[in-house]
Design a protein around this ligand. Structure first.
Ligand SMILES: [Fe+2]
Ligand SMILES: [Fe+2]
Length: 292
């Protein structure tokens, strides 16, 4: 495997992640707060604090110079804030799915934004500890992560549009199904090329990070096949399509031409995430091309 320069560039890659995801995390706190019942004052206050903490970290990230030590310290502080927001999302999700909390936060939305936070934290931990993932494994992890996120977005849009907006609801649902088909194909390729991921998935969660007992972890290294390149292209094409759909949706929401429960900020949030998906997938494409 020949890692491209960019992937190894700790400072550039950290700042790219930090500047994007801190803003996203701040918006997540706002979305949760808006969906909480008004008597849940403690949860509302925690959401408000998290919104501010991440807005502060975004401002700091924008001003952090390209200096290794400064970026490493920034990453550390963001990781701490992520611990807190992941705990908060977990707490709200658990209360929602045990029917002990009202309001309007879909459980899948809470799980979705927690997945985004967990992945951001994992990316920062990998950067700070210089952990490199083999290309086939990285490619499939990124693709499967984004396919699930894009599919969720499609379904959130379908469920937040007014039911009278029939053709748009249908279109959004169709996007959801397309992304699910692609995700299943990604999972097929993952167990073909990265059997270790599948084996890890079979281990109990509390054994993660522990030394593996004899017999585990002997599977062959992940490897790249030409199909992986075609798959990456298919994921990029599908993401471009939904990106364009979201751009139209944002415009409709902003000009009040569509009936929905979607705020302009939420419409722009999911559009920006599609752009980030394309940036991440483009980096994978570049590496797959170099690996030919
Ligand atoms: Fe998000
Ligand atoms: Fe999202």
């Amino acid at each position: 495997m020949r890692p491209i320069k960019d992937r190894n560039d700790f400072v550039t890659e950290s700042l790219r992640q930090d500047r994007f995801w801190t803003q996203i995390m701040s918006e997540h706190a706002l979305f949760i707060r808006e969906g909480l019942p008004c008597m849940e004052t403690a949860l509302i206050e925690e959401a408000r604090q998290l919104e501010e903490i991440f807005a502060g970290l975004k401002a700091r990230a924008d001003q952090t110079p390209s200096d290794r030590a400064a970026v490493c310290a920034l990453n550390q502080d963001i990781i701490k804030a992520l611990d807190r927001i992941i705990e908060f999302k977990t707490f709200v999700l658990k209360r929602m799915i045990t029917c002990r909390l009202g309001g309007f936060n879909y459980p899948l939305l809470l799980d979705h934004i927690r997945r985004e936070a967990i992945r951001f934290r994992a990316n920062l931990l990998k950067l700070n500890n210089n952990i490199q993932t083999p290309l086939a494994e990285l490619a499939l992890e990124e693709e499967i992560f984004w396919l699930r996120i894009m599919g969720d977005h499609a379904r959130f849009i379908a469920h937040l549009l007014d039911p009278s907006e029939r053709p748009l609801v249908r279109r959004a649902t169709q996007f959801g199904m397309n992304f699910e088909t692609l995700r299943l194909q990604g999972e097929d390729l993952q167990s073909m090329l990265v059997p270790r991921d599948y084996e890890n998935h079979l281990l109990p969660a509390d054994m993660m990070g522990q030394p593996l007992p004899p017999g585990f972890g002997n599977l062959k290294e992940p490897f790249v096949i030409p199909r992986l390149q075609r798959f990456n292209g298919e994921v990029i094409a599908a993401t471009m399509e939904i990106r364009d759909f979201k751009a139209v949706a944002l415009e409709l929401v902003e000009t009040c031409k569509v009936l929905s429960l979607i705020s302009p900020l939420l419409a722009s949030h999911v559009l920006r995430e599609a752009e980030m998906a394309l940036a991440d997938l483009g980096r994978i494409e570049q590496e797959l091309n170099m690996n030919k």
